[in-house]
Design a protein around this ligand. Structure first.
Ligand SMILES: Nc1ncnc2c1ncn2[C@@H]1O[C@H](COP(=O)(O)OP(=O)(O)OP(=O)(O)O)[C@@H](O)[C@H]1O
Ligand SMILES: [Mg+2]
Length: 523
């Protein structure tokens, strides 16, 4: 009698010459939460795609056993039929349909219809069953709501409800909390613990190591496509975990703090700024004043829907109509009509939604890196291929982008490496001010350290940074000053030395009772 649900033995997976997995041993036991950790590109998502039949039997070497027998899945359908449910890094929900319809997608209960329709989808039954399912797991969601109106965290819950509807035995989650706020993450983790109590086996991938330490029963580490470590969670400490992931001692995550120069030039000065989404809409940002100086990182803290991304997008010329106030870029008016205007004024942005705004997925790393800085590569009106190659190589090296070559399509990069390309693209524009929205989402701990070091270096060279981050240690570790945004206004401005998580949260909640903020979960 074994309590192993599924296992991999000596699994090797290649993509036309690139090894994604090169010898993986893995076993998932009944009723455990098993965390899978590893750097960007280590092979975590690839491993999952084998478990779920996305990479079918025959497309990899080695053995995949389910209940002790060869799984031999030909497709995802096969794995679903055997009770394996996966929640992927990207959310594949139908935005235009309701929560209930999404939960029952492809498995709609049916009823007899009037002639000539012999079968109809049983809408009332879908709604009823969805409501029962959601309440059974304590998920607070209206089954009739359209998915497009939900925030990222709520969408995640819909996905989980869908997996639970299938009565899966194995639930696999690929970075489920990457797009969630702390509070949403906590709700999700509590739900997973509840499911474990009911005997569900869970495979959990996350770059948030504190999360891993708090809920995992067992931890396996992948490095360069190999399983290098696997142990019960109680035998693992966070430094040990990091060391196994990156293969070396990491040292301090954040660069040492330096005293700010006393008389620095203001690069971006915002005064009394109010912005509405449309010309006659209500203000979503009101009376915002802030200054970003040369060589300064200003962090923005706030809860989901506080207006953080909207503020950055507006300064970048990509969102909203200005109703009042002014923005000065080194003393001259900055009112970009679009991103192109902003870029030529030296104000760059790294969006939190890299798939929609950051990358051309089918194009190469080289193409994407130089997308915004082509002008700098011109020699007598033509793009200098040599210059392009040199600059992209340097940047890819600096950010440690893991790829076979710079001609590899961005689509085939791991999530974290895609994020590095987005960041590199903006840095190649030689920005004076950079607006960062969740810059290290999905980025592994080693690469984070390098990105922090790079930002610190650029700060010393005089770059001004305005950074939104839900990652509190990052916000506190990198910012010289932290602004707290709530309900579209700035509630507090704190020097980094005095900002603590408690003070920030308190300020962020100060205004959350106002009804205007409640329905503002724009992403
Ligand atoms: N379809 C593909 N074609 C070519 N290479 C691929 C493909 N899919 C994955 N790879 C490569 O396989 C390696 C492992 O990628 P994978 O997505 O499994 O990493 P990961 O551990 O999930 O990383 P992350 O933490 O960034 O999500 C990477 O080097 C990636 O570029
Ligand atoms: Mg991945």
């Amino acid at each position: 009698m074994t309590d192993t649900v599924l296992s991999l033995r000596g699994v090797v997976k290649r993509f036309s010459g690139i090894y994604a997995l090169r010898g993986v041993e893995f076993a998932l036991r009944r009723g455990e939460i098993h965390a899978l950790c590893g750097e960007n590109g280590a092979g975590k998502s690839t491993l999952i795609k084998i478990l779920s039949g996305v990479h079918p039997h025959g497309s990899f070497e080695g053995q995949y056993l389910l209940d002790g027998k060869e799984a031999a899945f030909a497709s995802v359908r096969d794995s679903q039929a055997r009770g394996i449910a996966v929640i992927y890094q990207e959310l594949p929900l139908v935005e235009d349909m309701s929560v209930a319809a999404n939960i029952f997608l492809g498995a709609e209960p049916q009823r007899r219809g009037p002639w000539p329709l012999s079968r109809l989808i049983d809408e009332p039954s879908i709604r009823r069953q969805a409501r029962a399912l959601l309440s059974r797991f304590g998920i607070l969601l209206d089954p009739d709501r359209k998915v497009s109106s939900l925030g990222a965290g709520q969408k995640q819950l819909v996905e989980i409800a869908r997996a639970l509807r299938n009565r899966s035995r194995v639930l696999i989650l690929d970075e489920p909390t990457a797009a969630l706020t702390d509070r949403e993450s906590e709700a999700l983790l509590a739900l997973l613990q509840e499911l474990r109590r009911e005997g569900q086996s869970i495979l959990y991938i996350s770059h948030r190591l504190d999360e891993v330490m708090s809920i995992a029963d067992h931890i396996t580490v992948l490095r360069d496509g190999q399983s290098v470590f696997s142990a019960p969670a109680q035998e693992v400490t966070q430094p040990l975990l990091v060391q196994k992931m990156v293969g070396r001692e990491l040292g301090e995550l954040f660069p040492p703090r330096t005293e700010p120069q006393p008389d620095r030039t203001p690069l971006l000065t915002v005064t009394g700024l109010s912005v509405a989404e449309t010309r006659d809409g209500p203000c979503r940002l009101s009376d915002i004043s802030l200054t970003v100086h040369e060589g300064e990182i200003v962090g923005i803290y706030g809860l989901l829907g506080a207006g953080r991304s909207e503020l950055l997008l507006h300064l970048f010329g990509a969102w909203g109509v200005r109703q009042a106030g002014s923005v000065l870029r080194r003393g001259t008016a900055h009112a970009p009509k679009g991103p192109a205007d902003s870029i030529s004024a030296g104000v760059l942005m790294v969006s939190e939604d890299r798939r929609r705004f950051g990358l051309v997925m089918d194009e190469s790393i080289r193409f994407n890196l130089t997308l915004s800085s082509l002008a700098a590569l011109l020699t007598q009106g033509l793009i200098s291929r040599r210059k392009e190659e040199r600059t992209t190589h340097q940047m890819a090296e600096r950010l440690r982008v893991k790829a076979a070559s710079l001609e590899q399509p961005v689509r085939t990069l791991s999530g974290g490496n895609q994020q590095k390309v987005v960041l590199g693209k903006s840095l190649l524009c030689q920005p004076k001010v950079i607006l960062l929205d969740e810059p290290t989402r999905g980025v592994d701990v080693g690469a984070k350290q390098e990105i922090y070091a790079l930002l610190d270096e650029l700060r010393r060279e005089g770059l001004g940074v305005l950074m939104v981050s839900s990652d509190l240690p990052e916000l506190l570790g990198m910012s010289d000053r932290v602004l707290v945004l709530s309900g579209g206004t700035i509630q507090a401005s704190l020097a980094a030395e005095v900002a603590t998580p408690e003070i920030l949260l308190q300020a962020a909640l100060a205004d959350s009772a106002r009804p205007a903020t409640a329905n503002r979960e724009s992403r």
